[in-house]
Design a protein around this ligand. Structure first.
Ligand SMILES: [Mg+2]
Length: 299
């Protein structure tokens, strides 16, 4: 639910410059004809993943890929019956699946395919496999990513976020991040990942946390999204402060706030979610029902 609120809060501002967002009242805005509380691809694909995990009692790539395709083609699990905010790499991969390409071979492997489209939807896989050894969880995370994003860099970003979120279920942010980076650095010290680790170096060496806001990028590039999310979570003290800062940084506001919001929800708990934003979510009762059943089963 933390992820869904972040997505909905950021959605009206997708693509806006940081300067424009400095002083406006975020909660009064809506995107074009869409009312406040409208959520986009981030929430749709996350909740579709929840449903697929429950239906198949684990990760089933064929089921998940077909469900994603239903979202793209039929508007399955969307606020108003149409897919909103479809990313390029995700669309291309799903159209390959429609033509019969196997889901594990469908995701882009080009360096330019490293958007944040799998990072935004990976959280349910983390929650479902949280009691399995890390190696098992990471293997599932990489597989789930590969349906649309199969480049090792996107997989590392999903894996580090997965380890962070796994840690956040048990402990506070600094300890969870330390655990994620320790485990991640060792785990990704092998082909095809080791050559990609340098893109995450500011996170590993801690220099990221000394960067001023001007140095934080919030494009749709998966490394930017992960680094921005960690930078935001490190310097904020509540769920609301975290997602608000994520939106105010501009750029890919809905996905940055969704990625931050998912982790911040684990950090601060369901009770920390602002009631007005929770109540404003389009089809909020449907989302809550899906989330609660999943929580009871997976947690
Ligand atoms: Mg979106």
């Amino acid at each position: 639910m933390g992820l869904a609120i972040g997505d909905a809060l950021g959605f009206p501002f997708e693509g806006k410059a940081r300067e424009e967002l400095k002083h406006i009242n975020l909660s009064c805005y809506h995107a074009g004809l869409f009312p406040p509380g409208t959520w986009s691809d981030d929430t749709s694909l996350t909740f579709i993943t929840i449903e697929s995990l429950r239906r198949c009692q684990g990760l089933n790539l064929a089921d998940l890929a077909q469900s994603f395709l239903r979202w793209l083609k039929e508007g399955y699990l969307t606020p108003f019956g149409q897919a909103i905010g479809v990313g390029r790499a995700t669309k291309e991969a799903l159209l390959r699946i429609e033509k019969g390409v196997l889901p594990e071979k469908a995701g882009g492997t080009d360096e330019r395919d490293n958007g944040n489209g799998s990072l935004m939807r990976i959280l349910p896989v983390v929650l479902w496999y949280r009691r399995e050894p890390e190696l098992v969880m990471l293997e599932k995370v990489h597989l789930a990513s590969s349906i649309t994003h199969a480049h090792p860099r996107a997989k590392i970003a999903c894996g580090l976020y997965a380890l962070l979120c796994r840690g956040l279920i048990e402990t506070e942010f600094d300890k969870a991040l330390g655990y994620a980076l320790d485990f991640g650095r060792k785990f990704y010290q092998k082909a095809p990942f080791s050559a990609e680790l340098r893109y995450f170096e500011p996170l590993f060496d801690g220099s990221l946390f000394t960067w001023p806001q001007e140095k934080i990028s919030t494009s749709g590039y998966v490394v930017h999204t992960l680094l921005a999310a960690c930078w935001i979570l490190k310097r904020t003290k509540s769920y609301h402060e975290a997602v608000t800062l994520a939106v105010r940084l501009g750029g890919d506001t809905d996905t940055t706030a969704a990625v931050v919001g998912g982790a911040a929800g684990l950090c601060y708990g369901y009770e920390s979610l602002p009631a007005n934003l929770l109540n404003e979510l389009v089809k909020g009762e449907m989302l809550k029902n899906i989330a609660w059943v999943f929580a009871l089963e997976a947690m």
